[in-house]
Design a binder for this molecule. Structure first.
Ligand code: GDP
Length: 137
């Protein structure tokens, strides 16, 4: 069993896609182990995306992630990290395969509807960024 952090980003929350995306998560067989709506400050977003702090898109990315509410979820299942990333599709919705969430709900590389951890170590960090031990037994 593996856990991963998923985020329904502010663009998708603003466009009322929360229900549709959660439906797709449940239909995929991934278990939702924890779920919460958050309003990140720019500093919160900067901490979350610290690995990208030297990238040219960092300021835009963290401004966007703190521009409105987001929904954070802990997903669990066999190969959950890979499965959630496959369900999301490529980072740029233009490159994402048909049927993926980013193709369906994303509108650009910086407004791509969802986030998913990319490895076990980042999943552990990202889950602990949003959920405490009591929420993730
Ligand atoms: P992810 O794991 O697929 O979300 O991609 P990354 O971890 O590489 O990047 C984090 C987020 O930064 C992505 O989801 C995009 O929204 C954004 N991003 C990544 N690369 C670029 C880029 O080249 N330009 C812009 N504007 N945004 C980017």
């Amino acid at each position: 069993m593996q856990r991963t952090l998923a985020i329904i980003k502010p663009d998708a929350v603003g466009a009322h896609y929360v229900g549709s995306i959660i439906q797709r998560i449940e239909a995929s067989g991934l278990e939702i182990r924890a779920l919460r709506m958050v309003n990140l400050t720019q500093k919160d977003a900067e901490g979350f995306y610290a690995v990208h702090k030297d990238k040219p898109f960092f300021a835009g990315l963290t401004a966007f992630m703190s521009s409105g509410p987001a929904v954070v979820l802990a997903l669990e299942g066999e190969n959950a990290i890979r499965r959630w990333r496959d369900l999301m599709g490529a980072t740029n919705p233009e490159d994402a395969e048909a049927g993926t969430l980013r193709k369906e709900f994303g509108t650009s590389i910086d407004r791509n509807a969802t986030h998913g951890s990319d490895a076990e170590d980042t999943a552990a960090y990202e889950l602990s960024y949003f959920f405490c031990g009591l929420e993730l037994r």
